[in-house]
Design a protein around this ligand. Structure first.
Ligand code: DAT
Ligand code: MG
Length: 149
């Protein structure tokens, strides 16, 4: 086990539906610490780099146009096993198959609009944090940290 940082983003559908607070609340209540956050429009070049692994997939164009269509809320979360913990809270990629109680299971309906993104491995997390937060993250202690680990 190790303390990790992960890149998480509320996608345009989540922002438009007023779910930034709801999504963030779930990660915060789990014990993950917000170490960076910003609301931003996504340049096409950033979207293409972010989703580079899907470049050859038939839905790549839709993915890029969706993520650039309206602002996203991007953040970096830190905590014990943060990468897999965030993915568990998000639920499966396709909201139709995501368990109730997960973010996608509770708020999503279709795979194209699944509310939230989270890094899927330590390599992805490092790459995505560098891509979205080249300005860096904020290191700080919280008194509650000692009650979480
Ligand atoms: P995840 O977001 O769970 O990491 P992924 O990396 O496989 O999933 O795909 C990235 C996004 O692309 C996903 O959140 C929604 C979209 N997507 C994936 N598979 C799709 C498909 N078959 N049709 C349409 N969109 C898809
Ligand atoms: Mg992915």
């Amino acid at each position: 086990m190790a303390v990790e940082k992960t890149f998480v983003m509320v996608k345009p559908d989540g922002v438009q539906r007023g779910l930034i607070g709801e999504v963030l609340r779930r990660f915060e209540q789990k014990g993950l610490k917000v170490v960076a956050a910003k609301l931003m429009n996504v340049p096409k070049s950033l979207a293409e780099q972010h989703y580079a692994e899907h470049r050859e997939r038939p839905f790549f164009g839709e993915l890029v146009s969706f993520i650039t269509s309206s602002p996203v809320f991007a953040m970096v979360l830190e905590g014990e096993s943060a990468i897999s913990v965030a993915r568990t809270l998000m639920g499966k990629t396709n909201p139709a198959e995501s368990a109730p109680g997960t973010i996608r299971g509770d708020f999503g309906l279709t795979i194209g609009m699944n509310i939230v993104h989270g890094s899927d491995s330590p390599e992805s997390a490092a790459r995505e944090i560098g891509l979205w937060f080249s300005e860096g993250t904020v290191a700080y202690d919280k008194a509650v940290d000692v009650w979480l680990a």
